[in-house]
Write a protein that binds this ligand. Structure first.
Ligand SMILES: NC(=O)c1ccc[n+]([C@@H]2O[C@H](COP(=O)([O-])OP(=O)(O)OC[C@H]3O[C@@H](n4cnc5c(N)ncnc54)[C@H](O)[C@@H]3O)[C@@H](O)[C@H]2O)c1
Length: 381
């Protein structure tokens, strides 16, 4: 079978996850990678370890490589728009990490360009592709929960718990106006709209920045491992982006909901959680125990479904590759999302994956949340 030739830009956390997932699809071959110029030497080392033949010093060189048909953008947020635009103008398919851009107008421009160039354009909302999440989508579509009353949940992490925790993600220049909402809330809202088949139409949000100042280490963090930072090891940086958000929202015609996003909750490593309550039944899912779906009933014992294609709706079972009891997690959600994107690229199949339009939608929600905080009021979408 023909494999699409791919270039991956950005080799931090998520770039290598894309490379591994693409290999597992069997539909794509990563032929080149690129990181920041200052990381060229470590990019060469990583490429050698991952067996990727070409390493470029600058992303424009990768985009100019005629062998590359599809480009994955795995850089900090502020570069997504520019790289996506140049990639499309160069005739490449584009798979962009979230958020698609920092401004709504940039999303409009990219959507128009993708249509003009006739290329497949995806945003990596991979968390849609957990099998149990797909099961909830099918349950809602088939009326198993009845009329939806409420949608509640959170996306919480602890990697910013200490004032010495620092990343480009705290700086609006790189991350955009919001941090936790854009970084992790975007997955939560994308998932809720996708599985409920309804749109959020109003939000009212409250933000907190627990550390008004963070300590940015002056050398790579490994240099300090095992000892406390001394003054002189770091510089103090004022923080404007939120560590925490609470968001009230309305969805569809009747649904009321709440979402909390936070990166300073000790012990929550990477936990997307939701509870969807309907007139017949309720479901709850926790991404840190992603194999399980809790199903609540009023008139009979509650149930616990373990990911198993033979026990799920057929379309949800299509998102699982192993027999029940063989746990599938985050890397598998990446594989299943990429399988559909590359099926679309190879066969123009229109397979279900998150698109640039979905990327724009998330920015609309993030912008409304931010406007709500600034104006201290409900904002309609
Ligand atoms: N879908 C998900 O679940 C998920 C998970 C993590 C991150 N992300 C998204 O992926 C993106 C990257 O996040 P990360 O955690 O991997 O960040 P990271 O800081 O670990 O890695 C960023 C990479 O971008 C490279 N880079 C920076 N400037 C560059 C330039 N000018 N040209 C080429 N490469 C450049 C860096 O060298 C580094 O390799 C973010 O937009 C983030 O929102 C998505």
């Amino acid at each position: 079978m023909r494999r699409v030739k791919v270039g991956v830009i950005g080799l931090g956390f998520i770039g290598p996850v894309h490379i591994e997932a693409l290999r597992r699809t069997g539909l794509a071959e990563v032929v080149a990678v690129c990181a920041a110029k200052s990381e060229y030497e470590s990019a060469k080392k990583k490429a050698a370890e991952m067996g990727v033949p070409k390493v470029y010093e600058d992303y424009t060189q990768l985009l100019a490589d005629p062998e590359i048909e599809s480009v994955h953008i795995c850089t900090p947020n502020n570069l997504h728009y520019q790289i996506a635009k140049e990639a499309l103008l160069g005739g490449k398919h584009v798979v962009c990490e979230k958020p698609l851009a920092l401004e709504l107008e940039q999303c409009d421009e990219l959507i128009a360009l993708s249509k003009k160039m006739g290329k497949v354009c995806a945003v990596n909302f991979n968390m849609r592709a957990y099998p149990v999440v797909q099961q909830v989508k099918s349950m809602i579509a088939n009326g198993d929960l009845g009329e939806i009353f409420s949608v509640n949940g959170s996306y919480t992490q602890d990697w910013m718990l200490l004032d010495t925790d620092y990343s480009w993600r705290v700086d609006p220049k790189f991350t955009g106006d919001t941090r936790t909402v854009a970084d992790i809330g975007s997955h939560w809202f994308d998932m809720m709209e996708y599985i409920c088949g309804m749109r959020v139409n109003a939000v009212c949000a409250d933000f907190a920045t627990f550390y008004k100042v963070r300590k940015r280490p002056l050398k790579p963090v490994e240099t300090y491992s095992g000892k406390l930072l001394e003054p002189g090891d770091y510089e103090e940086i004022p923080i404007k982006t939120e560590d925490y958000s609470s968001i009230l929202f309305h969805m569809g015609e009747k649904v009321h909901g709440t979402c909390t996003t936070c990166q300073t909750m000790a012990g929550r490593k990477n936990r997307l959680y939701f509870e969807i309550a309907g007139s017949k039944a309720m479901v709850a899912w926790d991404s840190e125990e992603c194999e399980k779906l809790w199903i609540g009933h009023r008139d009979r014992p509650n149930e616990s479904l373990i990911n198993d294609a033979s026990l799920m709706y057929r379309e949800a079972g299509a998102y699982t590759s192993y027999p029940g009891g063989h746990a599938e997690g985050f890397p598998d959600s990446m594989k299943h999302h990429m399988m559909r994107i590359y099926d679309d690229i190879l066969n123009a199949s229109g397979a279900s994956h998150a698109t640039f339009e979905d990327g724009k939608r998330e920015l609309e929600i993030c912008s409304a949340v931010y406007q709500s905080v600034i104006g201290q009021k409900w904002v309609e979408l």
